[in-house]
Design a protein around this ligand. Structure first.
Ligand code: GRF
Length: 230
């Protein structure tokens, strides 16, 4: 008898996604999951904004959603309260991996250290350069030749965890901050599913631990880079 591992029928990686905005990256993951191109199950989506279009995308795909709005009844929800609710929700969903995809709140060290699964973040710059916000304006002002996006392990220090993968493009002299953002987003839509595939297959590992259902493998030199035209 062939067991399910030999047939490659591993259980999908349980992924929770945290969002704040449009959710175009979430949509890419939903599409890849539904097409059978990515061995994941999106077990839930947490949004800290009740007007995030990402919520509609998740609901359309019948994925459970928790809206933990940063403003409720005119009052701002403090980060501690958000984290208490988010922690409880994540514990219920039991993810193997937590993906911050356009999630715009800064999380505390306590939350990150006690999260029920490793966490990765998508950042629109070639880290360690340009941590923080407004990366497109800053690279143009600096006259840089390249820009792109990175996926890194989330640690207590903002945008500072190990960079796993990067996708980069050449900046044109006509690029504005707006169209550079559009170009970089196209890279993100390729980098995020590719990175999760590498994690799911065990080509990449987090914190020296394998995610469930992986065969141990040699770690490549990080970050892995994709040079793309967009
Ligand atoms: C992405 O461009 C990401 O780099 C930034 O927020 C954006 C999220 O886009 N942090 P979306 O919500 O996935 O469309």
């Amino acid at each position: 008898m062939i067991d399910s591992n030999e047939k490659g029928n591993h259980k999908p990686l349980r992924v929770a996604v945290l969002v704040s905005g449009s959710g175009s990256n979430l949509q890419v993951l939903i599409d890849a999951m539904q097409a059978g191109a990515l061995p994941i199950e999106i077990v839930g989506v947490i949004s800290n904004r009740e007007d995030a279009y990402a919520i509609t995308r998740a609901k359309d795909a019948t994925i459970p959603v928790a809206v933990l709005s940063h403003v409720a009844s005119g009052k701002r929800m403090g980060i501690k309260t958000f984290e208490t609710h988010a922690s409880a929700q994540l514990t219920t969903w039991q993810p193997d991996l937590i993906v911050l995809a356009g999630f715009m709140r800064v999380l505390s060290a306590e939350f990150i250290d006690n999260a029920p699964a490793p966490m990765i973040n998508l950042h629109p710059a070639l880290l360690p350069a340009y941590k923080g916000l407004d990366t497109y304006q800053r690279v143009i002002q600096a006259g840089d030749r390249h820009h792109g996006c990175s996926i890194h392990v989330v640690t207590a220090e903002l945008d500072a965890g190990t960079v796993l993968t990067q996708a980069l493009l050449e900046i044109n002299h006509k690029d504005t901050a707006n169209n550079l953002q559009t170009r970089v987003q196209k890279l993100e839509h390729q980098l995020l599913p590719w990175t999760i595939l590498l994690l799911a297959k065990g080509v990449l590992s987090l914190n020296n631990e394998q995610l469930p259902n992986q065969q141990p493998t040699c770690m490549p030199t990080l970050p892995l880079k994709l040079y793309l035209d967009s």
